[in-house]
Design a protein around this ligand. Structure first.
Ligand SMILES: [Mg+2]
Length: 469
């Protein structure tokens, strides 16, 4: 009898599931899982450092071989998920939920508040092709190299490109053409300990869901050869007796071409060999011992005899996994956001500072009201309050200094260039807004769902409006 690792306590755990919309797991009949960065966790910094090395190598082959370019190194903190690339001005932007630019960096340097305001006004139009959100697997490496290349271009130019848009296209081209993902997957299988995040509780999560009668589905864009090897590495050591990961899943679909899987109709095939090379067209009923390729979500719903709201889809890609599945099919959604572990640790670390800031802000607001009233009284030519106004102004300046000190101390606990992932100043970041809008629930790992049990009723908090007491 295998003994499973125990669940951590809900209170002190970073595994918690965060709820945007009420989700009753008892009414969910099938749970579909994405694989890369969802069922299988990767060490993003190692993976991206390797991706960066391949990307740089390809660009050197394109003729960008100056000693300065060759000397560039990956900086895992330079970019966070959710940032916007401005291809026209060569900037990286962090915007809030109103598409207002809260932070901007050109190349390696921060743009001043005034410069950002002058360039972007009160909001930017994210629907134009000038702006691209960094939300893919390669976000950290491509964003980092783009910032470094903009800096290099400003200082000494780059062969064959004449503007920042040219730099972005070259980076994208080098990524798309070079099959970097295939190379990375080969590296991972050779040295899994360097790249995999092992989570024995993920195996326990799936086993409990399976025993609770859920239909479990694996729906991945990866090919069968990689899928079967990496799933065995991530799950088989943690399952009881001779059980393998294959016995957990009722449906396995590889090379699913999401988001196309959710948006179009595609033929479904059965995979006939270990390498995923031999296929035959699907016919009849789904079998749990078979492996499928392609197909689409509508066909899958029909074969399972389920409606969208009986299916929960769990994935890490905000667009490919969550926005389209929620929007087009009304599947329930769970977003896996590995960064939530850091984000929750950050919020815990800054809690005393946050309380101090809240206190100072309340004090500031009181003084401002008093100051405004004193100025308004002066308008009626009553006894002058100039002296009082002077005193209040001094107090406000000193309060601002204290606030600045607190905010700088908070910044030391989070990304040095961009701060928190989910906040842009006091407001929600664009990423946070997308998460709120499209993910019914979100968590750092799938074992968060396990901690909650397959029977849990996730209830959303009452949302606050500005006039609420
Ligand atoms: Mg994924």
């Amino acid at each position: 009898m295998t003994t499973f690792p125990p669940w951590p306590s809900e209170a002190d755990s970073q595994l918690r599931v965060h709820v945007n919309r009420t989700l009753n797991l008892r009414t969910i009949k099938a749970i579909g899982y994405d694989m890369d960065y969802t069922l299988v966790g990767y060490q993003a910094a190692q993976w991206e450092e390797r991706a960066y090395a391949y990307l740089k190598q390809n660009l050197i082959e394109y003729g960008w071989d100056s000693p300065e370019f060759k000397a560039l190194e990956f900086d895992a903190e330079r970019v966070i998920r959710g940032l916007i690339v401005d291809q026209d001005l060569g900037n990286l932007l962090k915007v809030n939920r109103f598409a207002y630019v809260k932070q901007a960096r050109h190349g390696l340097d921060a743009l001043s508040f005034d410069a950002a305001r002058q360039a972007y006004g009160t909001s930017i139009d994210l629907t134009t092709d000038r702006f691209t959100q960094l939300d893919t697997l390669f976000s950290l490496s491509e964003g980092c190299i783009f910032a470094q290349l903009v800096d290099l271009f400003d200082r000494q130019g780059l062969p064959g490109v004449y503007d920042y848009r040219g730099i972005w296209s070259a980076v994208r081209k080098a990524l798309d053409e070079a099959h970097i993902e295939g190379e990375l997957k080969r590296d991972l299988l050779k040295d899994p300990d360097n790249y995999l995040v092992r989570d024995p509780l993920a195996a326990r999560t799936l086993l409990e869901q399976k025993r609770a009668g859920k239909t479990l589905m694996l729906i991945t864009n990866s090919g069968w050869a990689f899928t079967r090897q990496v799933m065995a590495l991530a799950y088989d050591p943690y399952l009881p007796d001779e059980m393998t990961w294959r016995e957990l899943f009722d449906v396995v679909i590889v090379s699913s071409r999401k988001p196309g899987f959710f948006t179009g109709t595609h033929r479904l095939f059965e995979v006939m060999d270990d390498e995923g090379q031999h296929l035959k067209p699907f016919a009849g009923q789904l079998r749990s011992d078979a492996v499928y390729l392609g197909g689409d979500a509508g066909q899958l719903e029909g074969l399972l005899g389920l409606s969208g709201d009986e299916i929960l889809y769990v994935g890490d890609h905000i667009y490919g996994d969550v926005i389209v599945s929620k929007n087009l099919l009304d599947w329930r959604t769970c977003l896996i956001l590995a960064e939530m572990e850091q984000e929750v640790a950050y919020l815990e670390a800054i809690r005393p500072l946050q309380e101090q800031v809240d206190g100072l802000m309340a004090q500031k607001q009181r003084l401002e009201i008093e100051y405004d009233r004193a100025r308004a009284n002066d308008l009626l030519g009553q006894q002058s309050t100039r002296k009082k106004q002077g005193m209040l102004r001094e107090q406000l300046v000193s309060l601002d200094q204290d606030l600045g000190d607190c905010l700088r101390s908070m910044g030391k606990h989070t990304n040095p260039y961009w701060g928190s992932l989910m906040r842009a100043g006091a407001d929600e970041s664009l990423l946070a807004q997308q998460v709120e809008r499209y993910a019914c629930v979100y968590a750092a790992r799938i074992s968060g769902l396990g901690l909650a049990t397959p029977f849990h009723y996730f209830r959303s908090k009452r949302s606050m409006l500005p006039h609420d007491l």
